[in-house]
Design a protein around this ligand. Structure first.
Ligand code: FAD
Length: 217
């Protein structure tokens, strides 16, 4: 039956992603899983193929394709035979940068998005904490304005890409009295003074997805 959602261009895109996964990812997946690391060149290659920009604006190097390209892409990367690979890409492209694309300042977008789309900068999303998983309204990480920057204090856990990322979009309380409404997302670049991370030991299949982060000042 002909799909009401996918046209011929979508199908060509599906074949392109599938071929990439079958020839360049699946054969390497067991090694990356054992190493608990995906080599940086993989992200660059995905950027060169244009995959990392399908859901981002052209102004930052993306191609801003319709939603069904993302549906196809996420279906196909799940064929990699490595849950950690699909999670790493999904978090980078649809969590850490998607928020930035939607509500970030122009300055921040110019600083982060071109590298995220060409595969030279890798992102993470830091929401879960040792004492707050599902209950996001009760996170304890705070961000206090100090002149033209914020001072962030707290820790995060189970963060996909956490030890390898170049930047992380962090959920922080900027107005603790406001409950769930007082939470902001702040982009922290790796290398920021006080930012540390360490790898957690996890179940097979998702070994490279989780890390613990500390953001003390
Ligand atoms: C592979 C993987 C990758 C991840 N990557 C990231 C990431 O990149 N960034 C990030 O921020 N987090 C990440 N996480 C963390 C994930 O978001 C949390 O595990 C999730 O939010 C649940 O939190 P928790 O583990 O603390 O469980 P809890 O919040 O303690 O929940 C435990 C159980 O209790 C249930 N429960 C909780 N509260 C209630 C309630 N009020 N009423 C009824 N039932 C309730 C839950 O449904 C669940 O079944 C990742 C997790 C995994 C497994």
């Amino acid at each position: 039956m002909k799909s009401p959602y996918f046209n011929q261009d979508h199908e060509i895109f599906r074949q392109t992603v599938r071929q990439y996964i079958e020839t360049e990812v699946r054969p390497q997946a067991a090694k990356w899983e054992a190493d608990e690391r995906i080599p940086k060149e993989v992200w660059k290659r995905m950027g060169d193929l244009g995959f990392l920009g399908i859901n981002h604006d052209e102004a930052y190097g993306g191609t801003n394709q319709d939603f069904f390209y993302s549906v196809i892409y996420l279906e196909e990367i799940a064929r990699a035979g490595m849950g950690g690979y699909a999670a790493a890409i999904g978090v980078h492209q649809y969590m850490s940068t998607a928020h930035l694309m939607k509500v970030g300042s122009e300055e921040l977008k110019q600083r982060i998005l071109p590298g995220a789309i060409d595969g030279t900068k890798w992102g993470a999303l830091g929401i879960t904490e040792p004492f707050a998983g599902s209950d996001v309204a009760n996170i304890r990480t705070t961000a206090v304005r100090d002149g033209d920057h914020y001072i962030i204090n707290g820790s995060k856990t189970f963060i996909t890409n956490g030890v390898f990322c170049d930047f992380i979009t962090v959920a922080c309380k900027t107005n603790p009295e406001a409950g769930a409404g007082g939470i902001s997302l702040i982009v922290v670049e790796a290398g920021t003074p006080g930012f540390t991370s360490s790898q957690l030991k996890k179940s097979a299949g998702i070994r490279l997805t989780r890390a613990r982060l500390l953001l003390p000042m």
